[in-house]
Design a binder for this molecule. Structure first.
Ligand code: YNC
Ligand code: MG
Length: 388
């Protein structure tokens, strides 16, 4: 029933529980010279294009395709609305390959109708650091769905990843495919409960009034931890150290160096926000938290068109409690006018979700590895990886 995925080097459902198959790569690499040199064939009306994300016009075309055709919730009330600035950031990390930013155009009109991307990453799986592609932004225009275009796009990105001598990938999806390494849930913390209820994102609880609900989610005006401030360039080495220490305990996590931290965690306005706690006495950086900005378009509402959402990214608490650190993250998100703060139940997030009044969402997020088998699924709290 997975005509395409059954042909791919991924954990197959039929092998679940088979302990005779070892963990690790499913297929061995071939010499790069043996990788297919020509792109896969597309249906005749379409052509491949490499999207130059430094080109403002191309970036706008990608933005427009995604804003009209990318991921929606199950009830089709909201659709992710990644900003151009976000796409520019997400697709150009250290060592990125332009050739992994792949579009499909209509030959006649040159209209962009499909997209898929990879970016390079070093991901540690248990004791092994593996060069991988993080594959994201797979999108086929609504009018071209169910025509088996997605498998061609996945094969083409795979080919271009192989051409860089990389043989593994990590990705997430809302759909179940062979075979998740773990399944996570999003939790949501209301910051602007009135708007969230008005647009149908949340509902008034049983025996709750609007004013009681607003009071329930009220936050202090100012952050509470002494020394809590925005992360700066000079904090990169300390943040890298904190992250390395923290992420080492998870079964699957990125292996970040200073360059990665500078790219992925240094604040970019309306894209990624990071805060550190600098001890007022020793000036040591002891804690760190971050979130990224991913608005959703609100479909079919008279009063509102955008939901402003913050997504918990990487957080490390050593001196401050994680609870207090995340409460400060909520406070800054509220100050910056976000409507909701979202977090997955990965890493140690379980320890603050309920206490800080996050509620469980419907809809799950499945994590996958390509060409790397893990015999035993992980629990979400063994996972140290957040993909965008
Ligand atoms: C999906 N999300 O199962 P089977 S997440 C992977 N990820 O194959 P068709 C998916 N595969 O089951 P459509 C998938 N969704 O027959 C569907 N599939 O084996 C599989 N939605 O293809 C599906 N973006 O073209 C089936 O389907 C086959 O026209 C059917 O296109 C699918 O970015 C899609 O949700 C998702 O734009 C493009 O529905 C379309 O429906 C769409 O007939 C809205 O495809 C947006 C959306 C997905 C977001 C994401 C991660 C993608 C990961 C892809 C896998 C990467 C593997 C690693 C490659 C590098 C390897 C190295 C080394
Ligand atoms: Mg299709």
């Amino acid at each position: 029933q997975h005509r395409f995925w059954e042909t791919q080097p991924v954990g197959q459902f039929k092998d679940a529980g088979d302990t005779s198959i070892p963990d690790g790569p499913i297929e061995q690499p071939t010499p790069v010279s043996a990788v297919k040199q020509e792109p896969y064939n597309l249906p005749g009306l379409y052509e491949w294009t490499t999207c130059d994300m430094d080109d403002d016009h191309t970036c706008t075309e990608v933005y427009t395709l995604l804003s009209n055709n990318y991921v929606e919730d199950d009830e089709n009330m909201f659709r992710f609305n990644y900003s151009k600035e976000f796409l520019h950031w997400a697709l150009r990390p250290p060592g990125y390959f332009k050739s992994w930013h792949i579009g499909v155009r209509v030959k006649a009109s040159k209209k962009l109708v499909a997209f898929i991307t990879g970016v390079p990453a070093r991901i540690r799986v248990r004791d092994e650091v593996v060069r991988m592609a993080e594959v994201n932004f797979l999108c086929v225009h609504k009018k071209l769905r169910s025509k088996r275009l997605a498998p061609v796009m996945i094969k083409e990105v795979t080919r271009r990843v192989h051409l860089e001598n990389i043989w593994q990938a990590a990705y997430t999806a809302g759909v179940v495919l062979p075979t998740p390494i773990t399944t996570c849930r999003y939790w949501h913390r209301s910051l602007n409960p009135k708007k969230l209820i008005d647009v149908g994102f949340s509902r008034l609880g049983a025996r709750m009034t609007m004013s009681r609900t607003i009071r329930l989610y009220k936050l202090p005006e100012a952050t509470m931890t002494p020394g809590f401030r925005k992360m700066e360039l000079r904090d990169v080495p300390a943040v890298t150290r904190l992250l390395k220490g923290y992420l080492s305990q998870f079964a699957v996590a990125p292996d970040f160096d200073d360059n990665d931290v500078e790219h992925w965690l240094l604040p970019v306005e309306d894209v990624v926000d990071s805060y550190v706690v600098e001890s007022p006495e020793t000036h040591e950086v002891t804690d760190f938290c971050s979130f990224y900005t991913l608005p959703s378009s609100i479909l079919n509402n008279q009063n509102y068109s955008v939901l402003k959402a913050a997504y918990s990214y990487y957080n490390v608490a050593t001196k401050t409690s994680l609870l207090q650190l995340m409460n400060d993250a909520l406070i800054v998100a509220k100050q910056k006018d976000y409507d909701v703060f979202n977090a997955l139940d990965v890493m140690h997030n379980e320890t603050f979700l309920k206490e800080l009044k996050f509620g469980p969402g419907d809809g799950q997020l499945h994590y996958y590895l390509y060409n790397y088998r893990l015999r035993n699924a992980l629990t979400p709290f063994e996972l140290g990886l957040v993909l965008l």
